[in-house]
Design a protein around this ligand. Structure first.
Ligand SMILES: Cc1cc2nc3c(=O)[nH]c(=O)nc-3n(C[C@H](O)[C@H](O)[C@H](O)COP(=O)(O)O)c2cc1C
Length: 437
């Protein structure tokens, strides 16, 4: 870990001028290429510009996974000119007891859930680049969380950013998204750790992603499927943010997002449909502020599906800052789809797992349509209300090429992330996605 006090005495401007050439040549080609080629999602349906509170440029990054566990992996992700942010593997305050004999992953071909018993399953912490075969584009995993603590990740990040101070070529203050989990109280403590680190070094761009969606912890279902639990987490986030907002000022508090599981249940509300129909018949009536408010209230109260449950909670978790809307700055959707099973050709579970069933989280190509549908549905629902319309969506699930990236952007993801493809191709995957090759 570098000495924070020492790092602050470094004269960044003089280093910049010393390395002017490198800084000038750093402008990542990916930045312009992606920005020009994809559909911007930064305009509201009303035509007004969105005011996202987190900037990820280029809008491509890794999603939390074992391929973002150690310093070398995180540094490689940070140094890539094709990533606009780096997400760490999910950590706990006290670390997680990772056991390679239980916590495993496998790649397999979409459309087939049968693999050879000899197919390699591995402990991805080693960060190996592994391309099993071109057809094995889906993954199943039974991982828990990182063996490293959140403090260790903050140390790793300080080390990486500290090296930049000393002349590495990266000038863009690339955000680090620290994926964390734990109880609501532990999340409050995690936020305090992050905010303190951000306060001590103005070059750190830190955001916190609260993982509420790991399907692999025996006896602990993903909290984001349960309204009461979700609300408890959001309350804790809200309290932490308002404490630090007072200390650090509204613009510099670390941004917070929640990592959501894939949802499947959406209700098209009858009253809502009726009002929308009426809008076509009587446009003047529907222009009034009172009518718009009634429509919003009716839709919020009447809709009862999973997606609506999340949006209702996001709406209820209002920031203490006037006019800031929801306390949540971004949502990352989706995590893996739990309760999935891959059998080998001996009809045995392909993986070990905590519960001994081999049941785990599905990701990659097999998840892509569901993740795409989640992003599309959330973008539409979030846009229905001024308090949620500026929540940024990081779209994740089965993206491994430019076509997948474009699909995610088209349905409303401001930034796009991947995990399975990172495991298959290594950090080069971001160049592949950007260049479409
Ligand atoms: C092996 C593996 C481990 C993962 N571990 C985590 C994790 O620690 N925290 C987390 O939020 N998501 C984790 N994920 C989920 C990914 O971040 C991502 O949301 C999901 O895999 C869908 O993206 P993909 O299809 O690009 O893999 C993991 C995914 C895989 C494949």
């Amino acid at each position: 870990m570098i000495d924070l006090d020492a790092s602050r005495t470094i004269d960044v401007e003089s280093i910049k001028s010393q390395y002017a050439d490198k800084f000038a040549s750093y402008v990542p080609k990916a930045h312009t290429t992606l920005a020009q080629q994809t559909i911007p999602s930064n305009t509201l349906p009303s035509g007004k510009p969105r005011k996202y509170k987190l900037s990820i440029s280029p809008p491509l990054l890794n999603s939390s996974s074992p391929w973002a566990t150690d310093v070398d992996q995180i540094k490689a992700l940070y140094d890539s000119p094709y990533t606009g942010a780096v997400t760490s593997r999910t950590s706990l305050l006290e670390g997680f007891n990772h056991d390679p004999a239980i916590h495993q992953h496998i790649f397999f071909p979409a459309g087939s859930s049968s693999v050879s018993p000899a197919a390699p399953k591995s402990d991805a912490s080693a960060g190996e680049k592994f391309i099993p075969d071109t057809a094995s584009t889906s993954s199943l995993n039974t991982y828990g969380y990182s063996p490293h603590t959140l403090s260790e990740y903050l140390g790793i990040i300080n080390e990486i950013v500290g090296q930049r101070h000393l002349g590495s070529a990266t000038v863009y203050k690339k955000p680090f998204i620290l994926s964390v989990t734990g109880t609501p109280d532990e999340i409050a403590l995690s936020y305090a750790l992050l905010a303190n680190a951000a306060e001590m070094d103005e070059d750190l761009r830190l955001a916190m992603e609260v993982n509420l969606s790991c399907p692999n912890i025996d006896g602990k279902p993903p909290p984001a499927y349960d309204e009461a639990m979700l609300n408890e987490y959001l309350e804790s986030i809200s309290d932490s943010k308002s404490t630090y907002r007072g200390r650090m000022g509204g613009d510099s508090v670390p941004r917070v997002g929640i990592k959501l599981p894939p949802y499947t249940w959406y209700v098209t509300d009858f009253t809502y449909t009726l009002i929308l129909r009426f809008k076509d018949i009587s446009p003047v009536w529907c222009q009034s502020t009172q009518t718009k408010a009634t429509v919003r209230l009716t839709t919020t109260l009447c809709r009862k599906g999973q997606f609506e449950m999340v949006v209702k909670s996001l709406l209820a978790a209002k920031s203490s800052e006037p006019n800031e809307g929801s306390v949540v700055d971004f949502i990352t959707c989706t995590n893996t789809l739990g309760s999935s099973l891959v059998l080998n050709s001996d009809l045995e579970p392909a993986l070990a797992s905590e519960a001994g069933t081999g049941i785990g989280g599905l990701a990659g190509a097999a998840l892509h349509p569901l993740s795409l549908g989640n992003v599309a549905t959330f973008r539409k629902l979030l846009d229905d209300h001024p308090d949620t319309e500026n929540i940024l969506i990081i779209g994740v699930g089965g993206v491994e090429d430019k076509a997948g990236f474009d699909r995610m952007r088209k349905v409303g993801a401001e930034a796009v992330a991947c995990a399975t493809a990172l495991g298959r191709y290594g950090v080069d995957v971001f160049e592949r996605i950007t260049k479409g090759s």
